[in-house]
Design a protein around this ligand. Structure first.
Ligand code: DGJ
Length: 728
């Protein structure tokens, strides 16, 4: 899959579908050639390089005269693998390093390389997981002027159309400050792309936006200490000739949960450069002689099957090579979460009544959300005091009751936070992040726990393990309810304050790593005021995420639709709530395309409502493994572009599919034939909508006939199954 052609000094990283290539100039610079479809016809000589001109010359100090670069190289114009900083290159550099003499020049040149079967696993950082069919090219480079080295690597899986990038900076100078550390930089010799990205807000996460890219720099970013509600760390470039299913697209992300930047620069050469990594806005990292810095891992995806090809690669690589292997083929339990039902207003009896009320509802896991610890009756206090509030709840009794009813039991934590009204803060004010000035930044009455401080981290770890060791807990909801600002660490010296944001993420990862490894049988779900930390970093530790706090189906359907552009359905928490915008049939059908559950007071449900929900739960359990866990997802109709949302998931053997359809506004009678995708052309499928038996070809070429009037939020879940494998 990876080869080096000595004659042309060319590296080729390929699988059946994609090819990534660059070559080594005589000057030892890595010059980019190509990333796209694997045509097997890549001709290095024929790949564009701009004409020779005076700009290829340099002053050779050792010879005391002007010399000319022998090769194609010119930092200002060539396509670059590792763009330098401070020289002619002005399109955005991958690394900025302040050297001990104060300059910020970086110019990495080739030293050696090797290729091996396997994939790097990072110390202290999440990363895609090794596999049998994966190869890595590791290149060591050294700065042309300074004693700083870079070990950069390219990994390719046989099964995924993606290139995974890793980088480590090694310092042999007395000291340096890393001021920018990106995972990758990709030069595409074209400028007419559309950009798809996912900006948002709390209860309005991941809006799907498509906009043309024009000349200049566009930065997608978070500087809020987590990947954020405001901008999901993903960008998709759509070629001018591409669409949902056809044409060339590129997808980008990284395996990280903190501040990020995606810089997309369209320049005077009509070239598009995409670079991504830790946001350099509030970042610097001091390295002393002998130290190294590991950059979070990046992923670049290519698809010539349109946007859906990007989605499918994201889904497959997340499901197969990112989440904890023990969940790859395990279905997620159906949940009842207490939060929207009673918030923090509960006692033992109320919780037992909740559990009794779902006796006949096929729920598999009960989750006691916020409010069970310290003196936590409202959100002003007790984060940091992870001790059961025995006056309020008899946890042992509730857990025993839950288990007796055949349900699993889950508990909420918010480990990375601390209230000022907590015993932990009273004893250790230095555990809270934030400058001790007159006004310290609070949000939801809480500070961020300084996970840079090992003592603070151990303290919380020990408190949590006491609970998890004492009680039989099957699931943990791991919340994170504020943005990180006022990011001053009392633990770090002045010359390392620029490291706070990244060190906080590393501290959080350490906490997650220790807890998830110590309790391999606990299912962890990540949450950050809903979907404020939905990223590849969190998915490495926790295989499912609470998608959004927005439970109003009218809003939620948009959030789920665009979330599923990137993240698999098996990661996407989707609960039936109490909003009156739609009835339970609609709410349940919307939740069924995700990690299904309930989040309401079950005592308020009438027998009819329970019956309605139970019908969908039954179907959900049938489709959960083949279609929610393992299916291939198709976005058939976008609510962002029409009055109609349609998603479809097809099983691996293509013999079964589920189609979810929702009309947003009311419609009078309209013709509508919905063309399905991914079915076997010759097989006959019966559908549960009009009970017709039709060939896959008919469903895909002519469509499912949905012509009729529809109501606001009317939702159908249509299950298709093969009844005969061929038309004959
Ligand atoms: C925010 C989460 O998104 C909610 O589901 C709930 O767990 C609350 N936090 C609890 O404080």
């Amino acid at each position: 899959m990876i080869k080096y052609i000595k004659k042309s000094r060319q590296f080729i990283i390929e699988n059946d579908d994609i090819c990534y290539s660059f070559y080594l100039t005589k000057e030892g610079v890595l010059q980019h050639l190509y990333f796209g479809k694997n045509t097997k016809e890549l001709n290095i000589e024929a790949i564009s390089n701009l004409d020779q001109d005076w700009s290829r010359t340099y002053f050779d100090t050792s010879l005391n005269r002007e010399s000319v670069y022998e090769d194609y190289y010119y930092a200002g114009r060539s396509m670059m693998e590792i763009p330098s900083h401070g020289f002619a290159e002005k399109r955005g550099s991958q690394f900025i390093i302040e050297h001990h003499d104060g300059t910020t020049l970086t110019d990495f040149r080739y030293v050696s390389h090797h290729i091996y079967k396997g994939k790097p696993q990072l110390q202290g950082l999440p990363s895609f997981i090794d596999d049998k069919e994966v190869e890595t090219l590791v290149i060591t480079l050294k700065d042309a002027h300074y004693d700083v080295s870079l070990v950069t690597s390219y990994t390719i899986y046989k099964a995924h159309n993606a290139i995974i990038r890793n980088n480590t900076i090694l310092c042999n100078e007395p000291h340096i400050k890393v001021k920018r550390a990106y995972a990758f930089s990709l030069d595409l010799p074209k400028n007419n792309y559309q950009l798809m990205h996912f900006p948002g807000d709390w209860i309005n996460e991941r809006n799907e936006v498509i906009e043309p890219l024009n000349h200049g720099l566009k930065r997608l970013y978070s500087n809020l200490g987590r990947s954020s509600h405001e901008q999901n760390p993903v960008a998709i470039l759509i070629d001018e000739n591409a669409n949902q299913d056809h044409g060339e697209c590129y997808g980008f992300s990284h395996v990280y949960s903190g501040n990020f930047a995606i810089d997309i620069n369209v320049d005077k050469l009509n070239m598009t450069r995409v670079s991504m990594g830790i946001n350099d806005e509030q970042f610097s990292w001091l390295l002393n002689e002998g130290d190294s810095f590991v950059v979070p891992e990046g992923i670049m995806i290519f698809s010539n099957k349109g946007i859906e090809g990007i989605t499918q690669t994201f889904h497959n690589i997340i499901r197969e090579n990112l989440i904890n292997p023990q969940y790859v083929n395990k279905v997620r339990p159906v949940i009842l979460n207490s939060w929207e039902g009673c918030y923090m207003d509960f006692d033992t009896q109320k919780i037992i009544d909740y559990i009794d009320a779902i006796d006949d509802m096929n729920i598999e896991l009960f989750v006691l959300d916020d409010g069970w610890f310290g003196k936590r009756d409202n959100d002003t206090r007790s984060l940091g005091d992870w001790v059961v509030n025995e006056k309020k709840i008899d946890l042992a009794k509730v857990i025993a009751h839950t288990h007796k009813k055949g349900l699993k039991f889950g508990l909420w934590f918010e480990p990375e936070m601390i209230n000022y009204d907590s015993d932990l803060f009273r004893e250790h004010p230095e555990y809270a992040l934030g400058y001790s000035s007159k006004e310290r930044a609070l949000s939801r009455h809480q500070f961020v726990l300084d996970t840079v401080n090992k003592e603070a981290l151990d303290n919380v770890y020990n408190q949590i393990t006491k609970i998890l060791d004492k009680y039989t807990i099957d699931y943990v909801k791991w919340d994170h309810n504020r943005n990180v600002y006022d990011a001053y660490s009392h633990y770090l010296p002045a010359n390392r304050q620029g490291e706070t944001y990244h060190r906080l993420v590393l501290g959080s990862y350490e906490l997650m790593d220790r807890l998830t490894k110590r309790y391999p049988n606990i299912l962890f779900e990540s949450c950050a005021s809903g979907g404020g930390r939905y990223d590849l970093g969190m998915l490495y530790y926790m295989p499912q995420v609470w998608t959004s706090d927005e439970m109003d189906p009218m809003e939620r359907l948009y959030i789920q639709y665009s979330t599923s552009r990137i993240y698999p359905l098996s990661t996407m928490g989707a609960h039936i709530g109490k909003h009156k915008t739609a009835d339970y049939s609609v709410k349940a059908k919307l939740s069924a395309i995700g990690v299904y559950g309930l989040e309401l007071d079950p005592r308020t449900l009438s027998e009819d409502e329970k019956k309605t929900i139970n019908g969908v739960t039954k179907l959900y359990k049938e489709i959960r493994k083949p279609l929610i866990n393992n299916g291939t997802l198709y976005h058939l109709s976008s609510p962002y572009a029409s009055n109609f949302m349609a998603l479809m998931s097809v099983s691996e053997d293509q013999e079964e599919a589920i189609v979810q359809i929702t009309s947003i506004k009311k419609e009078t009678i309209k013709y509508r034939f919905l063309k399905l995708k991914g079915l076997l052309k010759d097989a006959l499928y019966e559908n549960t909508y009009d009970k017709k038996v039709l060939s896959g070809q008919h469903y895909m070429d002519i469509g499912l006939n949905l012509s009729r009037g529809r109501n606001v939020l009317e939702t159908d879940l249509i299950h298709l199954k093969v009844v005969k494998k061929s038309k004959e």
